[in-house]
Design a protein around this ligand. Structure first.
Ligand code: EPZ
Length: 418
C-alpha cells in the first residue's frame, strides 16, 4: 500500500498543464459503446477509475488500445449487455454504462453501485427516468435488469434534482432511440457539455435549451471521431488550494476559466490574487489567509461539492471562522476527523462545518477516506509543521494522475513511498 509523505515550508512556484477530467472522461468512455466504430479519446487521464472503465469496455467486446493519455476504442463488436459485479464494484460511477449499453443493445444487466464513503448515492432518478423512456426495469438484491420495451415518439423527463449521473444516463440511453427525449432540470456541469460535444461529434443531435433543458433527437447510427477531454476543474482547484496554503505563485494551463466563476471569489475573499486569462489561471498568495463565510456547495454553476474538502483544508489555517455548508452529499465530512488530528479546529453541525482557523497544523499520520478528502490531506500537509504521512492513497489515485509529481513540479516537498 503506497503512502505519501508531505513536508511544508516551501512556497509553490511554477506552471503545470492540468490533467484531463475524470468526471468527463468516464461518461465519454462509456459513450463509445454507442458508436459502433473507432473513437480516439485524447487528454484522457490515466487513473484507476479510467482503467476500470476500460476493463468494462473490453468485457463488452470493445477493442481498446491505450497510449500516453490517449485511449482508442473500437466498439464495432459490442456483443454483451451484462456487466459483472466484479467490474461494477471497481468503480461506483460504472453506473454510467447503464445508459450506453442500453442505448446500444436495448438491454442492460448490472449491479447497483451502492453507497460509498460520501453518501448513499441512490439511483432512483436514473431508473425512474429510464422507465419514462419506455424501459422495463427489474431490481432485486442489488441487481438491475433493464430492457427497452417501448419506443416513445417523445419522452419528457423532469428531474427533481439536477443529478449529473442521471442526466448522463438519460442522454446515453436516448442518443440512438427512435424518438425525441426532453430533459427538464438537467445537470449543467461542464462535464455534461463535454459529453454532449463528444456525442454530437459522433453524429448525435443533442441541444441545450433555456435553463437546464436538454433535447435529444434520437439518430439511427453514429460514427467514430477524435475528441479531447476537457481539463479537470477539481484537480485545478486542488492545486490552487495548495498554493493558497503554502504561499507562492503558480500558473495552471489548459483550463477553461469559465468553469471557475463561483470559485475564484472564494480564493480572493481568502486573500489570494487570482488572474484568469481564458485558458490559464494564475494564483498568488503571500500572506496568511483570511476566513471565508458562507460557502455553500450547489449544483453547477454553484460552488462544486468536489472542492469542499480541499477548500476546507485551506481554510483550516485561515485567520477567523469560516463556514461551509455541504448541500449535495449527506456524509461528505469524513476528512474532518483527519484534519482535526492535524490540529484543525472544525465543528460539524449537520451539513454545516464551522472552521476556526489555526496558525498552523502539525504533521502526523492520517488516512484518506475518499478521493477529495484524501486530496485535502495533501493540502493540509503543505500547511503543517513537520511531516504528514497519508495512508490509503489509492483513493487519491482514483482521480489525480500522480498527484505527487504535479505538486513536486510546483516545488512541494512530497514523495510516494510504499
Ligand atoms: C457526479 O456524481 C460526480 N461523479 C461526483 O464527483 C460529483 O460530486 C457529483 O456528480 C456532483 O457534482 C462523476 O461524475 C463520476 P449526482 P453523481 O447524481 O452523478 C442525489 C468526485 O469526487 N441523487 O449529481 O453520483 C445523490 O444522492 C465525485 O469526482 C439522488 O438522490 O452525482 C446526491 O446527494 C464524487 N438520486 C446528489 O443527488 C439519484 O438517482 C448528487 O448526485 C441520483 C442522485
Amino acid at each position: 500500500m503506497d503512502s505519501l509523505i508531505v513536508n511544508s515550508g516551501r512556497p509553490l512556484a511554477g506552471e503545470i498543464t492540468v490533467q484531463g477530467s475524470k468526471n468527463s472522461s468516464l461518461p465519454i468512455l462509456a459513450a463509445t459503446v454507442l458508436v459502433g466504430g473507432v473513437c480516439q479519446i485524447h487528454n484522457c487521464p490515466d487513473l484507476t477509475d479510467t482503467q476500470a472503465a476500460i476493463a468494462i469496455l473490453r468485457h463488452l467486446g470493445c477493442k481498446v488500445k491505450t497510449g500516453k493519455n490517449t485511449v482508442t476504442v473500437d466498439s464495432s463488436d459490442v456483443s454483451c449487455y451484462n456487466i459483472p459485479d466484479s467490474l461494477m464494484r471497481e468503480m461506483r460511477s460504472s453506473i454510467v454504462f447503464l445508459g450506453s449499453v442500453l442505448g446500444r443493445t436495448g438491454k442492460a444487466e448490472l449491479s447497483a453501485p451502492g453507497g460509498c464513503e460520501i453518501g448513499l448515492r441512490p439511483i432512483d432518478l436514473h431508473l425512474s427516468s429510464l422507465r419514462v423512456m419506455g424501459c422495463r426495469i427489474e431490481e432485486d438484491y442489488g441487481h438491475i435488469r433493464c430492457e427497452r420495451v417501448k419506443e416513445n415518439r417523445t419522452s419528457v423527463i423532469s428531474l427533481s434534482f439536477p443529478s449529473v449521473g442521471a442526466t448522463e444516463n438519460i442522454i446515453l440511453a436516448a442518443a440512438l432511440s427512435k424518438g425525441r427525449t426532453v430533459i427538464h432540470n438537467a445537470a449543467r456541469e461542464p462535464e455534461i457539455y463535454d459529453l454532449v460535444a463528444f456525442l454530437n461529434e459522433c453524429g448525435c443531435k443533442i441541444s441545450f435549451r433555456m435553463q437546464g433543458t436538454v433535447v435529444i433527437e434520437g439518430v439511427k447510427k453514429l460514427h467514430g471521431c477524435r475528441y479531447s477531454v476537457m481539463a479537470d476543474r477539481i484537480v485545478a482547484l486542488t492545486y490552487m488550494t495548495g498554493a493558497a496554503v503554502a504561499g507562492g505563485d503558480i500558473t495552471l494551463h489548459g483550463v477553461n476559466t469559465n468553469h471557475f466563476r463561483t470559485v475564484i471569489p472564494v480564493f480572493e475573499a481568502a486573500g489570494c490574487c487570482v488572474e484568469d486569462r481564458k485558458s490559464l489561471l494564475r494564483i498568488r498568495s503571500d500572506k496568511r489567509l483570511r476566513a471565508v463565510r458562507d460557502i455553500r456547495t450547489m449544483p453547477y454553476p454553484g460552488f462544486p461539492t468536489d472542492a469542499q474538502a480541499p477548500v476546507m483544508a485551506m481554510l483550516s489555517v485561515a485567520e477567523g471562522t469560516s463556514v461551509i455548508i455541504e448541500n449535495i452529499f449527506e456524509s461528505r465530512f469524513k476528512h474532518v476527523s483527519e484534519l482535526s488530528r492535524m490540529g484543525a479546529k472544525i465543528k460539524i453541525e449537520g451539513k454545516i462545518a464551522l472552521i476556526d482557523g489555526v496558525r498552523e497544523l502539525y504533521g502526523t499520520s492520517v488516512t484518506a477516506s475518499d478521493l477529495r478528502g484524501g486530496a485535502a490531506l495533501v493540502v493540509a500537509g503543505l500547511a503543517a509543521k513537520g511531516s504528514t504521512v497519508i495512508e490509503n492513497i489509492s483513493h487519491i489515485d482514483r482521480g489525480y494522475e500522480k498527484i505527487e509529481d504535479c505538486f513536486k513540479i510546483l516545488g512541494a516537498d512530497i514523495k510516494r513511498v510504499n
